[in-house]
Design a protein around this ligand. Structure first.
Ligand code: SAH
Ligand code: SF4
Ligand code: F3S
Length: 472
């Protein structure tokens, strides 16, 4: 569908949460741009304010509620001007994403100045929803039935307004059937469903043609890709797996990288590891959240592996690749977690030499099983004291992992620069996702260069240009 490019309104969108939300935002902006809404970075100047929310922890949800509170005050000020007969702006406020999907109509009751609530399954209805709020209606659209990717045809007609970056997010599956006892995602993103390989390949080709240097395949359990598709109907009789999809994407012409997140440990097959090895464009980087280092806690979390099984997967990967990075997520203070069980998480970081871990204190979420185990809740002080120790352990692990890189030559995709003491310091990422800083020319941004690593800090590496041609 041709874009009218006639902008008469401005939209500001604040995106919280994971890459899936970032990707949804790009699609939302694409649809809105077709209807005359131009993106602005200045919220005060916007006609439409949208918060794309995350519900993974109470803190993330609270952030969204307080932002909408601020926007509500702006709206009241404008309303006051209107009543006084002064010029005023007709601001509309919309609430979308995972908190919207979870709270539904309750949001309209709680925030009288919110005009629109739309859930994760209703993005494709946006043109109609915007039309309705612009006639003064207050609307809540939060379908419970998860949208199939094919229902998103309406959405597919519009261009994606990708963020200014070298990386293009490409969702390949959405939803989750795992129901880990702490997690809200199956309730906010629905059951697992996958997008057809042909659609994904077309989107990837388009992104590469537009100049993106990296594509990141997204899914709550990205390595479970294909389970809802039919190999004969959807994939010329080949197994619909992430491994085969990577092989197909790797054949697209051009110099670019392929990444995928997030992997569920036991869905990493031998074939997937082989595919990463075979495909020169696929980066040697695995984000495999372990959540706890203790097998009893893992069982209570309803994770489908124990400590030893997680270790075996990590070993297979480390035996296959030389400079691979393996990262994880951990939760501190899960209901009933003893000090000893927590120490198993601390030791897992060392034993499996995890390169980096996201950490969080357990946060009870409505509808989830563990939220009902109130008699086993860990008190806040203990939880946050454990989190602090976990963060310190992670910091040490990152430094150790970075120090091992010294002396190596990494291929870096140059992403940005900073001026420091009259020098241009470039920043980019290695195939294993490590951030590397080095001196160089600004026009290397968007290029691949080989950099020799000369030093390591906790959160990044330092290096010097070895050659501007790629080694791969
Ligand atoms: N699908 C991925 C994780 C997605 S959620 C997986 O299965 O590993 C992202 C991360 O948020 C999780 O890995 C977990 O560490 C954290 N998280 C989820 N629910 C949480 C909760 N209730 N409290 C604290 N952290 C939570
Ligand atoms: Fe949440 Fe578990 Fe699904 Fe990951 S696998 S999204 S942690 S329920
Ligand atoms: Fe948050 Fe929803 Fe992503 S809960 S982590 S934005 S899937």
């Amino acid at each position: 569908m041709e874009n009218t490019k006639h902008f008469d309104k401005k939209v500001y969108i604040e995106t919280m949460g994971c890459q899936m939300n970032k990707s949804d935002t790009e699609r939302i902006l694409g649809m809105l741009s077709h209807f005359g809404y131009e993106q602005t970075e200045d919220a005060k100047n916007a006609d439409l304010l949208i918060v794309n929310t995350c519900s993974i922890r109470q803190l993330s949800a609270d952030k969204a509620y307080s932002l909408v509170g601020v926007w509500g005050k702006w709206k009241q000020e404008e309303h006051k001007k209107e009543l006084e007969g002064k010029p005023f702006r007709d601001i509309k406020v919309a609430f979308c994403g995972c908190v919207a999907q979870q709270d539904k109509e309750k949001l309209l009751k709680r925030f009288p100045y919110v005009d629109l609530v739309f859930g994760t399954n209703n993005v494709y209805e946006l043109p109609d929803l915007i039309r309705r709020i612009n006639t003064g209606e207050r609307v809540c659209a939060t379908n419970e039935t998860p949208k199939k990717f094919t229902d998103g045809e309406e959405e597919a007609k519009y261009e994606i307004k990708r963020a200014k970056s070298l990386n293009a997010w490409i969702p390949i599956m959405e939803g989750c059937n795992n129901f880990c006892t702490y997690c809200i995602v199956p309730f906010t993103r629905g059951r697992e469903r996958s997008r057809k390989p042909s659609e994904i390949i077309d989107e990837a080709k388009k992104a590469i043609k537009e100049g993106f240097k990296e594509i990141t395949l997204l899914g709550q359990n990205v390595d479970s890709y294909g389970k809802t598709l039919d190999k004969d109907k959807d994939y010329d009789g080949r197994d619909v797996t992430l491994a085969n999809l990577l092989r197909d994407l790797n054949k697209i012409d051009g110099k670019f990288r392929i990444r995928f997140v997030t992997s569920y440990p036991t869905d990493i097959t031998e074939d997937l590891i082989q595919a990463v090895k075979e495909c020169d464009k696929v980066c040697e980087f695995f984000h495999i959240p372990m959540q706890s280092g203790n097998s009893k806690v893992l069982k209570e979390m309803n994770r489908r592996y124990n400590r030893e099984e997680y270790g075996e997967i990590v070993k297979k990967i480390r035996d296959t690749f030389e400079n691979v990075a393996i990262t994880s997520d951990f939760i501190a203070g899960f209901p009933g977690e003893t000090e000893e069980e927590f120490l198993d998480t601390m030791s897992a970081i060392d034993e499996f030499e995890l390169d980096y871990s996201n950490t969080a204190a357990y946060s009870p979420r409505v509808k989830t099983k563990a939220a009902k185990w109130t008699d086993r809740f860990i008190d806040e002080d203990t939880k946050f004291e454990r989190l602090a120790r976990l963060n310190e352990k992670n910091r040490q692990a990152c430094l150790k992992s970075n120090e091992k890189c010294t002396g190596k030559i990494f291929e870096i995709l140059v992403e940005s620069f900073e001026e420091k003491d009259g020098k241009i310091i470039l920043a980019g990422r290695a195939r294993n996702n490590k951030i590397v800083h080095f001196e160089g020319n600004k026009n290397l941004i968007g290029e691949f260069v080989n950099v020799k690593i000369t030093g390591a800090s906790t959160w990044h590496l330092r290096g010097e240009i070895f050659s501007e041609a790629s080694i791969t």
